[in-house]
Write a protein that binds this ligand. Structure first.
Ligand code: DGL
Length: 272
């Protein structure tokens, strides 16, 4: 047993898709979340900058006496996994868990991947899918505008801008007749209904944050490192910009009745 918290980070709200699943499947766990809201988006930045941000985020979480780090960020997991692998703690990204789920789900071997510009450019999902099954055909597309839509709270299924953006990005993928689509950025599951409407019911959507949460649960079980005390609501949230917008949207996304414990930190002071 290990009652130390699980550390989870992302550039903003997207990683909450992993937190939501962790709270459901591991109710005894405490979670420390860092959302780098002052520097979102990551996906349009250079590899060097993403590596630097990832190192600072991990350094900050590691200072909170955690037992595991989840990079609930497709961009960091694709572009800078080596930064996480270099630390002493167990590290989980989203690429392998989501690729395994997609390889298991596809029947036709035609798999789509959507993500940020940096993620798609890295071809990390293509490589992971081909390692699992060299016959899988991968069709990828960058969808950078999905991130600011989510950060602005424009993700509901009747949101006209979200619907138009999704059609513009996704119709070409639909035409490739994929049967599985990896939402390779953890912000994207918040647009689930909008994406599902464009892709149709025959395309299985893979939620990267959710898959990473299941991989973390399996690892903690295997290491006999699960928390033993019920910890309902035992989540602390840290952001690098003002707490207001994050607190409101995070509360909605996590379906939390009580106000979330959110604090602002100066992430630059955790210099590497
Ligand atoms: N949620 C992140 C990802 O999975 C961040 C996207 C961004 O900051 O551009 O890629």
């Amino acid at each position: 047993m290990d009652n130390r918290p699980i550390g989870v980070f992302d550039s903003g709200l997207g990683g909450l898709t992993a937190v939501k699943e962790l709270r459901t499947i591991l109710p005894n766990e405490q979670i420390v979340y860092f959302g780098d809201t002052g520097r979102v988006p990551y996906g349009t930045r250079s590899v060097k900058t993403i590596e630097k941000y990832a190192a600072q985020d991990i350094r900050f979480l590691s200072s909170m006496d955690i037992k595991l780090v989840i990079a609930a960020c497709g961009t960091v997991s694709s572009v800078a996994p080596h930064v996480g692998m270099a630390i002493q703690l167990p590290f989980i990204g989203v690429v392998d868990p989501a690729s395994k789920a997609a390889a298991a789900a596809t029947k036709t071997g035609r798999v789509g991947v959507i993500g940020t510009t940096a993620t798609i450019k890295s071809k990390a999902f293509d490589k992971a899918l081909h390692t699992l099954n060299p016959d899988i055909q991968v069709f990828s597309r960058e969808c950078p505008l999905f991130v600011p839509l989510v950060e602005s709270g424009w993700f509901r299924k009747d949101d006209e801008i979200a619907k138009l953006t999704a059609r513009r990005y996704l119709i070409p993928l639909r035409e490739e007749k994929i049967d599985t689509l990896i939402l390779g950025c953890t912000h994207f599951p918040l647009l689930w209904d909008v994406i599902h409407e464009v892709m149709g019911p025959e395309v299985a959507l893979i939620n990267t944050g959710c898959e990473a949460a299941h991989t973390a649960a399996a690892l903690l079980r295997e290491k006999d490192a699960l928390g033993e005390r019920p910890a309902p609501g035992a989540c602390r949230f840290f952001v690098s910009d003002s707490i207001d917008g994050f607190q409101r949207l995070a509360g909605i996304l996590l379906g939390s009745e009580e106000s979330l414990d959110v604090r602002q930190v100066d992430i630059d002071s955790t210099a590497c």
